[in-house]
Design a protein around this ligand. Structure first.
Ligand code: NG1
Ligand code: ZN
Length: 531
C-alpha cells in the first residue's frame, strides 16, 4: 500500500539513529539536535492524525529549544486553539517517538485506531522554527512527516513560538485575526499604536526601551516592528544574533533571571529599563541597573502584578464590576509578590504546577485570568463573557466608562491570549507604564522581592523525587521533605522546595530567605539534602 512506501521512506530519510529514550515533557521533546530528526518526522505524522481527530482543524509544530543553548533543539505540537497539545496525547507522542523504524508502521496504525482518526479527512499543519542552524533540517523532516500521511504542511520559516501559536488560532477561528506573521503585527502592534493615540506619554515615563534579544528570533522580529513605530516607542536593540553573538549564551531572559546578572552584549545606562527576551521570544524579563551598577530585576511576578492592577483599575473605571479577575502563579513566584497580590491588590491567586499548560488552564477559570511564571512566561486570557461585557460598555456605557472599556478592548487586542509572548507582553508593559506615567524604579517600589536562589542538582534518577501541593512538598524519597522543613525553619522568611525538571535531566532547588546570603545558604543545604 502507499503507507508501505511512507515507512520505507521514513527509514531511508529520517532513520532512528539512537536508542536514547526520549519523552514528551513540559515543552515537548527537547534534547541535542542530532537526536531529533526521526522524532520530528514522527511528530509530523502525529500532527496529521491530531488534525484529523480535530476534524481537519489546523495543528501547529514549533521547532525550538527556547532558552537552551545552540546545540539543543526541540519540537512541540500546538492544538487548534493555539494552546499546548492535550496532555493525554503526550504519552502517544512519546510512544511514537521511541519505537524502532521496524515498528513505526504498526505503531502508527495502532495510534490511528486508538484515537479513532478518520484518515480520509483533510489535515493541515503549520510549521515554524527558531533561528538555530539545526532548525531548517528539522522543519523539513516535520513537513515530510505531514506529507507522508497526506496532510498539508504550511511552513512559516523563522518565527517566534507565540507567532506560530497565534497563526494556528487564527486559522481555526478567523475572528481572532489573520493567520500570518503580518496579521500578527497588524493586530498586536496596531492595538499598541491605537492606545498610544489615546494615552499620550506623560509623567516619568519615557519612550526609550533597551532590548536584549538573546541572539534569537525575538530581536529580529522587533527589528521589523521597530520600523513601523513612529516614535511611540524607541527600541534600542541588542543581541540580535550578529557579531558572533551566540544564542542564549550569557544573555536572554533565563540567564538574567537565574543568574541575577545583566546579559553580555547590552549597553547599560543608569535606571534605563531593559527587556530581556528568551531564544524563541515566549518569555520576557525587565531589569535596570542603578548608578552603582546594582541590578534590579522586574520578573514575571512583577509583570503579572503590573498588568493585574492596571486591568483591575480599568474594569472598575468601566463599571464592569461583575467580572472576576484572578492571578495564577507557580511555586517559583516570589513570596513578596504573593503577599502583595493577596494583601494589597486583594486579587484571588492560585498556585499550580510548573508548565504553561497548567497556568493557562487555571487562568481560564476567571473572567480575566492573568498568569505568569516567575521566569517571564505568561499572558492574560479573557472569557467570552468578559469580552462581550467590555464591548457592550464601550458601545453603550456612560462616556467615562466607555473610554475605559474602549482602552480595555485595545488592551485585549494587544494580548496574545494563546500563550506567553515576549513581544505582546512588552507592549502590554509599556502601555501600563505609560498610562501610569512611571519609570522602572517606581514600578519596582510596589513591593519588595524576597532574596532567592535557584540551583540545579544532577542526580542518578530525577524521577525518584515526586511532589504534591503544586510541587511545594515532596512525597518521595522518604525523609526529604522533613529534612527540608527542618532547614527552612532555621531561616527567617525561609521557604524552599525541590522538583524534577520537566525539560532537563536535573532536579531544581529553590530557596527564599530574608537575605541573599541566607537564600544562597538555604538553597545549598537543600541541594545537599537531595543527593
Ligand atoms: P522545568 O525544566 O520543568 O523547570 C522550565 C521552566 C518552566 C517552563 C519550562 C518550559 C523554571 C523553573 N522552569 O521547566 O517554568 O518555562 O521550562 O520552557 O523556570
Ligand atoms: Zn521560550
Amino acid at each position: 500500500s502507499s503507507l508501505r512506501v511512507v515507512y520505507a521512506f521514513a527509514r531511508e530519510m529520517h532513520p532512528k539513529t539512537s536508542d536514547v529514550f526520549i519523552q514528551y515533557g513540559t515543552a515537548g521533546f527537547r534534547t541535542k539536535a542530532n537526536l531529533l530528526e526521526h522524532v520530528v518526522y514522527r511528530m509530523g505524522l502525529l500532527a496529521v492524525i491530531r488534525s484529523r481527530v480535530k476534524n481537519g482543524r489546523t495543528i501547529g509544530m514549533m521547532i525550538t529549544a527556547s532558552h537552551n543553548l545552540e546545540p539543543d533543539n526541540g519540537v512541540k505540537l500546538v492544538d487548534p486553539d493555539g494552546e499546548m497539545l492535550e496532555q493525554s496525547w503526550e504519552e502517544i507522542a512519546t510512544r511514537l517517538a521511541n519505537v524502532s523504524d521496524n515498528d513505526l508502521e504498526s505503531t502508527t496504525a495502532e495510534v490511528i485506531k486508538e484515537v479513532n482518526a478518520d484518515m480520509a479527512l483533510k489535515a493541515s499543519v503549520f510549521i515554524g522554527m527558531d533561528t538555530r542552524y539545526t532548525s531548517p533540517r528539522l522543519a523539513a523532516a516535520a513537513a515530510n512527516g505531514v506529507i507522508a500521511l497526506k496532510g498539508t504542511p504550511k511552513e512559516f520559516g523563522i518565527v517566534t513560538t507565540p507567532i506560530l501559536h497565534f497563526c494556528v488560532k487564527c486559522r481555526n477561528d478567523n475572528t481572532y485575526g489573520t493567520p500570518t506573521e503580518e496579521g500578527y503585527y497588524e493586530k498586536i502592534v496596531g492595538a499598541f499604536k491605537n492606545i498610544r493615540q489615546k494615552l499620550p506619554v506623560s509623567g516619568d515615563y519615557n519612550t526609550t526601551l533597551y532590548v536584549d534579544g538573546a541572539n534569537g528570533v525575538g530581536g529580529k522580529k522587533l527589528n521589523i516592528i521597530k520600523k513601523s513605530l513612529d516614535g511611540e516607542l524607541d527600541l534600542k536593540l541588542f543581541n540580535l544574533g550578529g557579531n558572533g553573538g551566540k544564542l542564549n549564551l550569557n544573555c536572554g531572559a533565563d540567564f538574567v533571571k537565574v543568574s541575577q546578572k545583566p546579559p553580555v552584549g547590552v549597553e547599560h545606562a543608569p535606571f534605563q529599563r531593559v527587556a530581556s527576551l528568551d531564544g524563541d521570544a515566549d518569555r520576557i524579563i525587565y531589569y535596570f541597573l542603578d548608578d552603582q551598577n546594582v541590578m534590579y530585576l522586574l520578573d514575571g511576578d512583577r509583570i503579572a502584578t503590573l498588568l493585574a492592577s492596571y486591568i483591575t483599575r480599568q474594569l472598575a473605571a468601566s463599571g464592569a464590576h461583575t467580572l472576576r479577575l484572578g492571578l495564577v502563579q507557580t511555586a517559583y513566584a516570589n513570596g513578596g509578590s504573593t503577599k502583595y497580590i493577596t494583601e494589597e491588590l486583594k486579587v484571588p491567586v492560585s498556585c499550580v504546577k510548573t508548565g504553561v499548560k497548567h497556568l493557562h488552564h487555571a487562568a481560564l477559570a476567571y473572567d480575566v485570568g492573568v498568569y505568569f511564571e516567575a521566569n517571564g512566561h505568561g499572558t492574560v486570557v479573557y472569557s467570552d463573557n468578559a469580552k462581550k461585557t467590555i464591548a457592550r460598555i464601550a458601545r453603550e456605557g456612560e462616556p467615562e466608562q466607555r473610554a475605559a472599556a474602549d482602552l480595555l478592548l485595545n488592551f485585549i487586542d494587544m494580548t496574545n491570549e494563546t500563550v506567553g509572548d515576549a513581544i505582546s507582553d512588552l507592549f502590554l508593559v509599556e502601555t501600563v507604564l505609560c498610562a501610569r506615567g512611571i519609570a522602572a524604579p517606581h514600578w519596582l517600589a510596589s513591593y519588595q522581592d524576597l532574596p532567592c536562589r535557584q540551583l540545579k542538582v544532577t542526580v542518578q534518577d530525577r524521577n525518584a523525587i515526586s511532589t504534591t501541593d503544586a510541587e511545594r512538598q515532596c512525597t518521595s524519597p522518604e525523609g526529604l521533605q522533613s529534612r527540608i522543613n527542618e532547614l527552612v525553619t532555621t531561616y527567617k522568611d525561609g521557604r524552599a522546595f525541590v522538583r524534577p525538571s520537566g525539560t532537563e535531566d536535573v532536579v531544581r532547588v529553590y530557596a527564599e530567605a530574608d537575605t541573599q546570603l541566607n537564600a544562597d545558604k538555604l538553597a545549598a543545604e537543600v541541594a545537599q539534602a537531595v543527593f
